[in-house]
Design a binder for this molecule. Structure first.
Ligand code: ADP
Ligand code: ZN
Ligand code: ZN
Length: 797
């Protein structure tokens, strides 16, 4: 038998299958969707088996060296999806395959077979091996010719092949204790004054006979020594079992039931359920302001899907994967839920993936990559906050989770629900055209009013002599909240953008020596950092240009706002949340929890606090500078500003107490700020569509972005102009080729960057052409120009 293998070398020459002979001992083991190790040139590398066949048009085939998996890690649907993704995003097939597996599976590991049933029930041959070695190593299985039998066991769920990841994220073991005899018999046998030991036995008995070491010590007050004594006496059994690392393990999830849906919600959910029940594909756009009950609709749809014995994928943006969000899903569906987000260690992500792969859970709640959850029978895919750009992956494969969701739903005959208070223009336009079905939730639950939004003109403040970053109005309102013991959220645009270091005498701004961007000031270490290449240096004492000593930092990083708050309102307790204070695992939740418990009056943060925050005591939201995002070189700048302002405003007055929002800006007349004030999405949509049409941008035109980089600026410019020429000559007259121009960030890590943008409506020849260009210019070699093609760019920098 012969296997067609895609090897793990992302390059043009290897972007096809290679045939390998399956050696006899692996003949009945190797299957489609499994990974194998194959000889490739002088090396041995991993690859994915895409097909198993009887003949090959090549002779002199090399043999597969080793099997990596025992059962397929990618099912047929995911294999065919990887093919689609390869074509759609113009990536190498291997990249499309790799992105579907958790990172831990790419690391080095040992493999062992773990029995999942009583050993006595196993076939005699295996039984004796397991008795000698448990878990049984892959090596033993291989040398004894057991792979085939073990494969059957794994497929039946009676054993599991475990990858023991060596470096990060090994499988976590937990010590558990069990009663070895009847508890009463043990207690009777214990000496009268063995008070502690008796307590241990009672605790165990109360918990059904098995407890983890930690839980047992806590509930009985026993020390490790006490437990050991009981083990030595033969009263307790000690075992080491594998523990899934539950990222929320210390939380008790209170089970919750369904709400009785409102009439509005009923109307929205009806077509969805109808689609679920008739096993059809359909894409819904659920448009409703925050607090209008969208999540309840997701939950009840998932419930219906589970009743049919199908599974659900729920995507949420990374930053809204808060404990509160997880609580709602675990509260409703308990252990059936796996959670995947970037805060998990590699090992934890791998654990969650395994639960899905083995069919132990039926719902996955996760960020972008959860779209590849290896479910077999998907009944619904939901993308909350569908307008979020984090659903687009910026490295190869440059896929958008929304497109992948729709593609998977077609293969599973199930609906996709896209939810948002501020849908992307693309999605809303599709809904207007009837490609998606538009569903609306008009009102907030409990008829809460939308918060009152005020826009403050910061130019006016300056004119009247207020140089602070707080307008008088915002400051007065914060003071009012402090008095009433209510809470305030202050929102600042993303880190870095504005906290640069400048010489006041000559105006020099400190730049990264390798990239064309200014360095960001970090107060904590008195250092400046480049957010593109990581370059870091101390703040200079004197200006490198004019030797002046008047060097200071400008702009409003979160740290600077915090310092000013301390000056203006020394009585206020502030929690700051930004990339610096939340980079440690779990710190995000800790800070939010503390704020929820009322341990601070003000929560100050970057956009990561714009979502998911739902505390009853927040009655004021302040946006310190609405403009920072408006001036990015990005045609979506207005859209992003509107979305962000709407989202932040939604954080105030979610509960009984009415909320207020203050937006500070230097351009109060800009329509995305004006309309964010009235939170009128449809007006915004109308206006922005006119702009997009005039400027020939999506959703009227498609875009493709070609970015080239090289150390030699002349070379990169020349190649870019060549490519622009090829595009111009080969595309229709309707296509617009912009460029070659220097990219908005003209240099990164000493490489100059040039770009071309293609705007088009219908160019069937574009992708084949781009592929040809890629092949022609992506020749390996140290002097080669690096070429990147993004056929649906979200970052134009
Ligand atoms: P969204 O997802 O649109 O922000 P949610 O689903 O979170 O809205 O609903 C807002 C609040 O209203 C939540 O606290 C939720 O528990 C509650 N809620 C939702 N639907 C109902 C309902 N049918 N009856 C009562 N409360 C509801
Ligand atoms: Zn200077
Ligand atoms: Zn740099």
């Amino acid at each position: 038998m012969i296997a067609s293998v895609i090897v793990d070398v992302p390059a043009k020459q290897t972007d096809r299958t290679f045939d390998y002979l399956i050696p006899e001992h692996l003949e009945s083991v190797v299957q489609k969707g499994m990974r194998v190790v194959v000889p490739f040139g002088p090396r041995k590398i991993q690859g994915f088996v895409l097909d198993v066949k009887e003949s090959s048009s090549f002779d002199q085939l090399k043999k597969i060296e080793e099997a990596v998996d025992i059962v397929p890690v990618l099912n047929d649907e995911l294999l065919s999806l990887s093919d689609w993704m390869t074509k759609e995003t113009m990536c190498y097939r291997i990249s499309a395959l790799q992105v579907m597996l958790p990172a831990a599976m790419k690391a080095k590991y040992d493999k062992v077979f773990v029995p999942l049933t009583d050993l006595n029930s196993l076939p005699a041959a295996l039984q004796s091996h397991f008795q000698r070695e448990n878990p049984l190593s892959w090596k033993t299985a291989l040398t004894n010719g057991l792979l085939k039998d073990l494969q059957k066991l794994v497929s039946d769920g009676r054993s599991e092949l475990k990858y023991l990841v060596k470096r990060k994220g090994t499988i976590k073991k937990e010590r558990i204790f069990k009663l070895a005899q009847d508890s009463e018999a043990i207690i009777a046998a214990l000496s009268k004054n063995a008070e502690r030991q008796r307590k241990v036995i009672e605790s165990l008995h109360a918990e059904g006979g098995t407890m983890t070491s930690a839980a047992l010590q806590e509930s009985s007050g026993a020390t490790a020594a006490t437990l050991k004594a009981l083990v030595d006496k033969g009263y307790l059994l000690e075992e080491h079992v594998e523990a899934y690392r539950d990222p929320f393990e210390h939380r008790e999830f209170e089970r919750t039931g369904h709400f009785q849906l409102t009439d509005d919600q009923k109307q929205a959910i009806e077509p969805i359920l109808e689609t679920v029940n008739s096993y059809r594909q359909r894409t819904f756009l659920l448009h409703g302001v925050t607090g209008s009950g969208k999540t309840e609709i997701y939950l009840q749809t998932i419930d219906q899907v589970l009743k049919q014995g199908r599974q659900a994928i729920m995507l949420v943006p990374e930053i809204s994967l808060t404990p509160q969000m997880v609580q709602r899903f675990k509260g409703r569906f308990g252990d059936q839920v796996a959670v995947m987000h970037s805060g998990l260690s590699q090992g934890e992500k791998y654990d969650e993936w395994r639960k899905i792969h083995r069919g132990e859970v039926n719902v996955v709640v996760g960020a972008r990559s959860a779209i590849f959850a290896p479910f077999e029978k998907i009944g619904v895919i939901i993308i909350d906050e569908e307008h979020e750009t984090s659903y687009k992956q910026e490295d190869a494969p440059r896929y958008h989770a929304r497109d992948v969701a729709i593609e998977r739903s077609k293969r599973h005959d199930c609906p996709v629900i896209l939810g948002s208070a501020t849908p992307s223009l693309e999605s809303f336009a599709r809904a207007q055209k009837g490609n998606y079905e538009l569903l609306k939730l008009q009102y907030r639950m409990n008829q809460q009013e939308m918060p009152d939004v005020q826009v403050v003109d910061m130019r006016e403040e300056l004119r009247e002599g207020n140089r602070s970053m707080f307008s008088r109005e915002l400051l007065a309102k914060i003071e009012e909240r402090l008095e009433k013991k209510e809470q305030v959220v202050l929102f600042l645009n993303r880190r870095g953008h504005s906290s640069f270091i400048m010489c006041r005498d000559c105006g020099t701004v400190m730049q990264c020596p390798h990239c064309e961007v200014s360095l960001t000031y970090h107060r904590f270490k008195e250092s400046m950092k480049c957010h593109y290449c990581g370059h870091e240096e101390h703040v200079p004492e004197i200006c490198p240009e004019c030797t002046s000593e008047h060097i200071r930092y400008f702009g409003t990083g979160t740290q600077k706002v915090e310092e000013e708050l301390v000056k203006l309102l020394p009585q206020a307790r502030t929690i700051r949340m930004d990339v610096d204070t939340t980079s440690r695992k779990g710190s995000h939740e800790k800070l939010l929890d503390a704020f929820g418990r009322g341990e601070a009056d003000i929560l100050l943060g970057t956009q990561m606090i714009a979502k998911g925050l739902d505390f009853p005591n927040i009655t004021l939201v302040g946006v310190l500078s609405a403009d920072t995002m408006l001036h990015l070189p990005d045609f979506r700048a207005s859209e992003k500003t509107f979305q962000l302002l709407t989202q932040v405003s939604g954080r105030a007055g979610r509960h009984e107490k009415p909320g207020e929002v203050v937006i500070q800006t230097y351009t109060p007349e800009h329509f995305s700020i004006e309309l964010a004030k009235s939170q009128n999405f449809e007006w915004f949509y109308q206006k922005e569509m006119v702009m997009r049409k005039m400027a020939q941008y999506p959703p009227f035109y498609y875009l493709s972005l070609i970015t080239l980089s090289h150390e030699n600026v002349n070379k990169v410019a020349a190649v870019c102009s060549e490519i622009a020429g090829i595009l111009e000559r080969n595309l229709s007259v309707q296509a617009i080729v912009l460029g070659p121009v220097a990219s908005p960030i003209a240099r990164i890590q000493n490489k100059y960057r040039y770009q071309c943008i293609v705007k088009y409506k219908n160019e069937p020849e574009l992708k084949p052409l781009l592929k040809k260009i890629m092949d022609q210019y992506a020749t390996p070699g140290k002097d080669a120009v690096t070429i990147q093609i993004d056929v649906q760019p979200y970052m134009m920098m």
